[in-house]
Design a protein around this ligand. Structure first.
Ligand code: PMV
Length: 306
């Protein structure tokens, strides 16, 4: 099993070395179940959501599916041959919506496959392998998705540094709203790169401000100060808008959440579509969820970060 994830602060700037904060979202998850197959059957991955069965052939091919690449990477790392095994992979995480569907599918697959061949991977090794596969999906991923999903804990993440977790001072009531608009992260990331290359000073300053917000948010989470966090979310959302990764729907959803009593709301993940998160006082969370759905969200999930 591997949970979905949400990024609370720092997306996009994290690709450029700024800190970011992400937490698991166990309300949605990917699951993989391995069953032994008859001798000579080889390895087959049944990707239930894609309605496809993918065979892992002994020789790599140029257009191998990312799941096949993932399986092969793992078997090579362990130095074991392709087993006779069938792995059924299913997921409740919407694709291309900023909830980590790709990293969670890879994580669940590699966990099931490593057990099927008699190995229990440590978290660091698993994280490294999932990151390799993330590069196929994203191009230049920061590594935050695989890290929060593999470790299954809230993380304060800085690219290339040791994973740090943090304390939550008092429970935070979050509402995660799916805009229903699929938006591949790699496109948003590459557009932000173009923007950065065109205006390195201005965009570099935006990244730095987002980094400062993530550092302040870590303190506020530790102190359980939801009002301060809400303000930081609003500020982070405005900066993401400057990076062109919001949309009129996401801006409308943020306003609707705030009108319904949220402390703040922001794009979460790659943006353009995908998800918006709102932080609400405990008794206002259901009203915020309803307001988000009324304003056009496909669904709103309430979750508590404790
Ligand atoms: O769209 P998501 O949830 O996979 O998040 C991507 C986060 C980015 O910072 C935009 C990219 C990255 O690799 O960190």
């Amino acid at each position: 099993m591997a949970p979905g994830k949400i990024i609370l602060f720092g997306e996009h700037a994290v690709v450029y070395g700024q800190p970011a904060i992400a937490v698991p979202l166990p309300a949605v998850c990917a699951q993989a179940v391995a069953r032994p197959a008859v001798s000579g059957a080889g390895l087959r991955i049944i990707a239930a959501n894609l309605g496809r069965t993918i065979a892992v052939s002994p020789e790599p091919k140029e257009n191998d599916h990312a799941l096949v690449v993932a399986a092969r990477l793992l078997l090579d790392r362990l130095g074991v041959p392709i087993p006779d095994c069938q792995i059924t992979l299913s997921s409740t995480i919407p694709i291309a919506s900023g909830l980590g569907s790709g990293a969670a599918a890879t994580t669940a697959l590699l966990r099931a496959l490593s057990r099927a061949v008699g190995h229990d991977l440590n978290l660091e090794t698993l994280n490294g392998l999932v990151y390799e596969v993330e590069k196929l999906y994203h191009g230049t991923p920061s590594g935050i998705d695989n890290t929060v999903i593999v470790y299954g804990m809230p993380v304060y993440f800085v690219k290339g540094q040791t994973v740090e977790t943090f304390r939550v001072g008092s429970p935070l009531h979050l509402v995660v709203a799916d805009s229903g608009v699929a938006s591949p992260t790699y496109l948003a990331v590459s557009d932000v790169r173009v923007l950065y290359e065109q205006n390195p000073d201005t965009v570099g300053r935006i990244f730095e401000r987002i980094g400062a917000i993530a550092r302040a948010a870590r303190e506020a989470i530790g102190q359980g100060d939801a009002e301060v966090l809400g303000g930081l979310m609003q500020e982070n959302h405005a900066l993401l808008r400057e990076l062109t990764v919001s949309s009129s729907l996401l801006d409308d959803l943020a306003s609707a959440a705030e009108r319904a009593g949220a402390y703040g709301a922001k794009v979460s993940g790659g943006g353009r579509g995908g998800n918006l998160i709102a932080l609400a006082p405990p008794d206002a969370a259901p009203a915020v969820a309803r307001a988000l759905e009324a304003a056009g969200a496909k669904r709103a999930i309430q979750t508590i970060l404790a």
